[in-house]
Ligand binder design. Structure first.
Ligand SMILES: O=C(O)[C@H](O)COP(=O)(O)O
Ligand SMILES: [Mn+2]
Ligand SMILES: [Mn+2]
Length: 558
C-alpha cells in the first residue's frame, strides 16, 4: 500500500461544488437492471423508493457497467462480483484482478519461478502437495482450468503425491454442476496417476458449509473443513468423490454439502495434512480464504481447537490481506490497489462511517479500501458491523439486517459526526444466491425500505445521496438461452440461477444538498463502477486524482 512516502493525498478543490455536505453512499448488493418479467425479483417486489429514483433519468439516474473488463476481469463473459465491484467503487480505477493475474502467471509460467512456488516445492520430495479450494468455473473465487494447469505444472516440477480438497459450488454456477466438475477433476487425476503421480481427491464439502465462511461470521464452517482436510475426519466417508457428491446431493445442494473424506480399503483417510506437506489454497479471491489462511498460518490461534497443527509449507494463490500480509507466501502477487478514495478522503478531512452486517461488512471496508483491513485514520473513521444471523440460509430470513443497517446509517447521518456514510445492503444478493424466488422478492422489498430510511435522513439534514449496486443478481433468477427465454433442465424444471449476472446496475444521485445543475454527463455512456469514486469525490467538493476514471457528473450552467 502506498499510504506514505512520496504520495500526496491533497485533493484539489472542485471549481463549482461545495464541501461539507453530508453524503450517503448506498451500495445495494446484487441489484442489476433487467427486463421486467416474473423472474426479475426487483421488478416483482414493491420497491417504491428505487422506482422513484428511476424517474430522475437521465440526469439523476442511469445505468453503469459492473462486469467483465469494466471491473478488471479477464473477459466480457465474466459476471461481476463483490470483490471486484467494491474494489472498483472504492479505488476509482480498474485493476487487473486476481482471476486475470493468475491466468497470466500460469500462461507465462512465471507462477513457477516465484518465491511462493519455490517455497512449497521444497516439500515435493518427501511430502504431499495439498490443493484446497472452490471447484467450479464460476471465476469469482477460483477457476477449474487454473487448478488443472497448476496440477499439471506442479507434477511436472516434481510433486509426486498430490491431494485435492474440493469445495463444491452451486452459488457462482448452477446447482448440481458439482458432479460434472468432480468428474473432470477425477479424469485429470487419473491421467496424472497414469504418469506415476499419486494424485487423488482427499476430501470435500459444500462451500457455504465447509471452509468458505467470511469476515469471521461462523468459525464452525472453517472447523468442519479443517477436520476433513487436515485431520482426515468427517461424518461421511467414501471411497470415491463422484459417488460422495452424488450421494450427499440427495439431501443437500452443492453449496451446503456436508464434509466428507475419501478413505482407502482400510477405511483410512487418503489425504490428511501432515508434517512436511505443502498446502496451497487455490482461490484467488480473498474474503472466503482469509479465515482458513489464519488457521493454517497463525501459531497463536484460538478460534477453534485445531487439535493437530501440522508443520507445513503454506502458500495462497494470492496474498489475501495486504495489511495483515496474510498469507506470507503466495504464488501470484495480488493487484496493488493503492491510493483508494477512502484514503484520499480521510486525508482531506472527510469523516467517514461505514456499515453493513457481517456477511458484507468487509465489502464496504476491506474491499472498498483495496483489500486492506483496518482504518486509515481511526480518528476520522468508524466502521460498524451488525452481526449476521448464523447457521441459516438467508431465504429463511430474507429481510436480513437491512433495517438495522438503515437505522445505523440514519443515526450516523443525523449525528452530524460524519461527512460520508457508506453502507452495503446485502439482501438482493444473499437471498438471490439461495435461488428462492419468493424469498428474494421479500429481500428486495426490505432493501428498498432500508434505502428509504437513509434517503429520509439525508432529506432531513440537507445532504446528498448516491445509490448504486456492485453487480446483478436478484434481477434475474433463471438461466436463459441466447434469446432470453428461460431454460428448463432435463426433467422439465426451470433452471434456477443462483449466481450473479452480467447486467448493468443503476446509479442515482439526489438529495436537497445536491447543487443546482448537477447531472449525469451524457458523454460517458460506458461508465462503470470505477467511475463512481471520482463522482463521490466531486460531491464532497474535490476533484479526483488525474489517474482516476472520470467522473460521471457535470455541473450545467443554469
Ligand atoms: O462469495 C459469494 O457469496 C459468491 O461467490 C459471490 O458473491 P459476492 O461477490 O456478492 O460476495
Ligand atoms: Mn456483491
Ligand atoms: Mn453475491
Amino acid at each position: 500500500m502506498a499510504s506514505s512516502g512520496q504520495v500526496s493525498f491533497k485533493l484539489e478543490d472542485h471549481p463549482k461544488l461545495p464541501k461539507g455536505k453530508r453524503i450517503a453512499v448506498v451500495v445495494l448488493d446484487g441489484w442489476g437492471e433487467y427486463k421486467p418479467d416474473q423472474y426479475n425479483c426487483i421488478h416483482v417486489a414493491q420497491t417504491p423508493t428505487m422506482d422513484s429514483l428511476k424517474q430522475g433519468a437521465p440526469d439523476r439516474w442511469r445505468l453503469i457497467r459492473a462486469h467483465g473488463n469494466s471491473v478488471g476481469l479477464p473477459t466480457e463473459d465474466d459476471m461481476g462480483n463483490s470483490e471486484v465491484g467494491h474494489n472498483a467503487l472504492g479505488a476509482g480505477r480498474i485493476f487487473a484482478q486476481g482471476a486475470k493475474l493468475v491466468d497470466l502467471a500460469l500462461a507465462s509460467g512465471k507462477i513457477y519461478d516465484g518465491e511462493g512456488f519455490k517455497y512449497i516445492s521444497e516439500s515435493f520430495e518427501k511430502g504431499t502437495l495439498h490443493l484446497i479450494g472452490l471447484l467450479s468455473d464460476g471465476g469469482v473465487h477460483s477457476r477449474l482450468d487454473q487448478l488443472q494447469l497448476l496440477l499439471k505444472g506442479a507434477s511436472e516440477r516434481g510433486a509426486k503425491r498430490i491431494r485435492v480438497h474440493v469445495l463444491t459450488d452451486g452459488r457462482d454456477v448452477l446447482d448440481g454442476s458439482s458432479v460434472g466438475f468432480v468428474e473432470i477433476l477425477e479424469n485429470d487425476l487419473a491421467k496424472l496417476r497414469g504418469k506415476g503421480v499419486d494424485a487423488r481427491i482427499a476430501s470435500g464439502g459444500g462451500r457455504m458449509y465447509v471452509t468458505m465462511d467470511r469476515y469471521e461470521n461462523d468459525w464452525d464452517v472453517v472447523k468442519r473443513g479443517w477436520d476433513a482436510q487436515v485431520l482426515g475426519e468427517a461424518p461421511h466417508k467414501f471411497k470415491n468423490a463422484i459417488e460422495a457428491v452424488k450421494k450427499l446431493r440427495e439431501n443437500a445442494n452443492d453449496q451446503y454439502l456436508p464434509p466428507f473424506v475419501i478413505v482407502d480399503d482400510n477405511n483410512k483417510a487418503v489425504g490428511p495434512i501432515v508434517d512436511g506437506d505443502a498446502v496451497v489454497t487455490i482461490n484467488f479471491r480473498a474474503d472466503r480464504m482469509v479465515m482458513l489462511a489464519k488457521a493454517l498460518e497463525y501459531q497463536d490461534f484460538n478460534k477453534f481447537d485445531r487439535i493437530r497443527v501440522p508443520k507445513i509449507r503454506y502458500a495462497g494463490m494470492l496474498q489475501y490481506d495486504g495489511e495483515l500480509k496474510l498469507p506470507s507466501c503466495y504464488l501470484v502477487s495480488p493487484p496493488e490497489i493503492d491510493r483508494t478514495s477512502g484514503e484520499y478522503l480521510v486525508h482531506n478531512g472527510v469523516r467517514t462511517f461505514a456499515c453493513s452486517e457481517t456477511v458484507k461488512f468487509g465489502h464496504v471496508t476491506f474491499f472498498w479500501n483495496g483489500n486492506r483491513s483496518g482504518y486509515f485514520n481511526p480518528q476520522m473513521e468508524e466502521y460498524v458491523e451488525i452481526p449476521s444471523d448464523v447457521g441459516i440460509t438467508f431465504n429463511v430470513q430474507p429481510k436480513m439486517k437491512a433495517l438495522e443497517i438503515g437505522e445505523k446509517a440514519r443515526d450516523a447521518i443525523l449525528s452530524g459526526k460524519f461527512d460520508q456514510v457508506r453502507v452495503n445492503i446485502p439482501n438482493g444478493d444473499m437471498v438471490g444466491h439461495t435461488g428462492d424466488i419468493e424469498a428474494t422478492v421479500v429481500a428486495c422489498k426490505a432493501a428498498d425500505e432500508a434505502v428509504k430510511m437513509i434517503l429520509d435522513a439525508i432529506e432531513q439534514v440537507g445532504g446528498i445521496y448516491i445509490v448504486t449496486a456492485d453487480h446483478g443478481n436478484a434481477e434475474d433468477m433463471v438461466k436463459r438461452n441466447k434469446s432470453g427465454e428461460p431454460l428448463l433442465d432435463k426433467n422439465g424444471d426451470l433452471q434456477i440461477l443462483t449466481s450473479h449476472t452480467c447486467q448493468p446496475v443503476p446509479i442515482a444521485i439526489g438529495g436537497p444538498g445536491l447543487a443546482p445543475g448537477v447531472r449525469f454527463r451524457s458523454d460517458a455512456p460506458n461508465g462503470g463502477l470505477a467511475n463512481v469514486a471520482a463522482t463521490v469525490m466531486n460531491l464532497h467538493g474535490f476533484v479526483a486524482p488525474n489517474d482516476y476514471e472520470t467522473t460521471l457528473i457535470e455541473v450545467a450552467d443554469n
